[in-house]
Design a protein around this ligand. Structure first.
Ligand code: ADE
Length: 258
């Protein structure tokens, strides 16, 4: 998977991509990240990439020329006709589903804006999609581009240690992840839930499913509501189990009555 980030701060992207799991993915050739400096494309003799807005107002607007030239150059060097994604608080808000969809692409161009934004003609003519990382405003698109690179990369085969570890996590199942514990068994009087030490795999699985549901219901009621509406398979399994246990209990009670 190749990401080309168009930015006026390429060092931010390069630094980020040199570390941790993303850095390892890059070293192993699973991901490639090219940070392209928009300023390298400007025809302005003072190397300007922005100007004052027509109609007046505060701040500066990034100009068309360097961005058009940068995108055209990157596209002309690519075999995959990559989508151009503009990182913007006006975009649709990123979700795990969107990351999964982006992970199917072979190449993406992530365009980062600054100042008060970019000339609308860039968005109308070059941009395929606008993506936001949340309903708040950052000083530029770089952090958002890094979020996309991180979130997509960890879904690519071989990037994480275990290919399964992205599947069980929060959001992939439509529910939050169950709580995790590691050694020691007792830390300052706080102990690990008994069931996790039992070695009884079916009971552990059952407990984890119940925890996923309960913590989603309390921590993210919006997400829980969606999961219920979507007929979430884990909620369905747990409900079926509870119904079975209740009917067994009723049969036992009625046998006792006779
Ligand atoms: N640029 C500025 N704010 C942003 C946001 N919330 N998401 C994506 N890009 C941005």
């Amino acid at each position: 998977m190749k990401f080309t980030v168009l930015t006026i701060f390429p060092e931010m992207i390069q630094e980020f991509c040199a570390h941790s799991i993303i850095g390892r993915g890059v070293d192993r050739g699973l991901i490639s990240v090219d940070a392209v400096n928009i300023r390298d494309f400007t025809e302005d003799k003072h190397l300007k990439v922005d100007d004052t807005p027509y109609g007046g107002g505060d701040g500066m607007v990034m100009t068309c020329q360097p961005i058009f030239d940068a995108v055209e150059q990157v596209k002309s060097e690519s075999e995959h006709s990559p989508k151009v994604i503009y990182m913007s608080p006006q975009g649709s808000v990123l979700t795990q589903g969107k990351l999964r969809q982006l992970a199917e692409e072979q190449e993406l161009i992530l365009l980062c804006g600054h100042y008060e934004g970019i000339d609308e003609r860039v968005i109308e003519n070059l941009v395929d999609e606008e993506l936001s990382i949340g309903d708040y405003v950052l000083t530029g698109g770089e952090l958002a581009a890094m979020v996309v690179i991180d979130g997509v990369s960890r879904l690519l085969p071989g990037v994480l240690h275990s290919d399964n570890s992205s599947v069980e996590e929060s959001h992939e199942t439509g529910l939050l992840e169950y709580p995790q514990y590691t050694k020691p068994e007792n830390f300052r009087g706080m102990s690990v839930p008994e069931v996790l030490l039992s070695g009884h795999h079916a009971n552990i699985e059952k407990w984890r499913q119940e925890q996923m549901i309960e913590r989603t219901r309390t921590k993210r009621p919006d997400m829980y509501q969606r999961a219920v509406e979507d007929n979430n398979s884990i909620i369905a399994q747990v409900n079926a189990r509870i119904a079975k246990e209740q009917s067994r209990a009723r049969r036992r009670a009625s046998r006792k009555d006779k």
